[in-house]
Design a protein around this ligand. Structure first.
Ligand code: VGL
Ligand code: ZN
Length: 239
């Protein structure tokens, strides 16, 4: 009897010649951040978000070792929704509005309109995005009381997503970031990627931000932290 051939590849291909510790290894991974309906067309639409679909598809087609996407994926009573705090069961006296900020356990929480409710259309990947070649999809902000901008961990650093483990298993050395929003989830993911020890690259023409002011601040913050900047064209030559 011959051994049946498996047609489903393992979700994570473990590299036996792990480049861990090899200083010359170059294992690039693409991180596609929050390319979801609500951030492109919905309640938190980022200006110019739609223009990223084709650009990110171009990146997805490049020979990265791994392509990992994230989704903001909130319960309908999530702590970051202004409306959540208007319900008497959550807070009796305070009424929050989108854009308000609240200090909670040492982290600044911004109040947002309801967005990316888990399993709703708003949380779906934006149509036209080449999602079939993603090696993994990481969800964040899934607990009612935990906010997470970064794809690595929540804003208080108490809980991690699966992303750190996936990158480690794959022996990734360099992460390339594209998606939405440049001044929130992309920025915090980039800052954390540096903290987790990765060479971190922001694909300059693969992101869009919510506000010009925040975006200027974000670039300065990322540069100071050691994030490097690149473009789709440069990556087409490199990979
Ligand atoms: C995001 C605001 C709230 C983002 C997520 O993906 O940048 N922004 N939740
Ligand atoms: Zn969110």
């Amino acid at each position: 009897m011959s051994t049946p051939i498996s047609t489903t590849p393992p979700l994570i291909q473990i590299n036996d010649d792990s480049p861990k510790g090899d200083k010359t290894a170059f294992v690039p991974a693409l991180l596609v951040i929050d390319m979801q309906n609500d951030f492109v067309y919905g309640s938190l639409a980022v200006p110019g978000g739609e223009s990223l679909i084709e650009r990110i598809n171009t990146l997805i087609d490049l020979p990265f070792k791994a392509r990992i996407a994230t989704r903001d994926f909130h319960p309908d009573n999530h702590v970051s929704f202004a409306q959540t705090h208007q319900k008497p069961t959550f807070s009796k006296a305070t009424v929050f509005h989108p854009g308000d900020e609240e200090e909670k356990e040492g982290a600044q929480l911004t109040m947002w309109p309801i967005h990316c409710v888990a399993y709703s259309g708003g949380a779906d990947f934006v149509p036209g995005l080449k999602t079939t070649t993603f090696d993994a999809v990481v969800h964040k902000g899934t607990h009612p009381r935990i906010e997470s901008y970064s794809a690595f961990r929540d804003v208080w650093g108490k809980t991690e997503t699966e992303l750190p483990g996936i990158l480690e298993e794959l022996g990734v050395t360099d992460v390339y970031l594209a998606g939405l929003a440049g001044d929130y989830c992309v920025k915090y993911t980039a800052l954390d990627a540096v903290d987790y020890g990765y060479n971190t690259w922001l694909v300059r023409d693969g992101i869009k931000s919510i506000s010009k002011e925040e975006s200027d601040k974000s670039f300065a913050q990322m540069e100071k932290k050691g994030v490097k900047f690149t473009t789709i064209k440069e990556l087409q030559k490199l990979l």
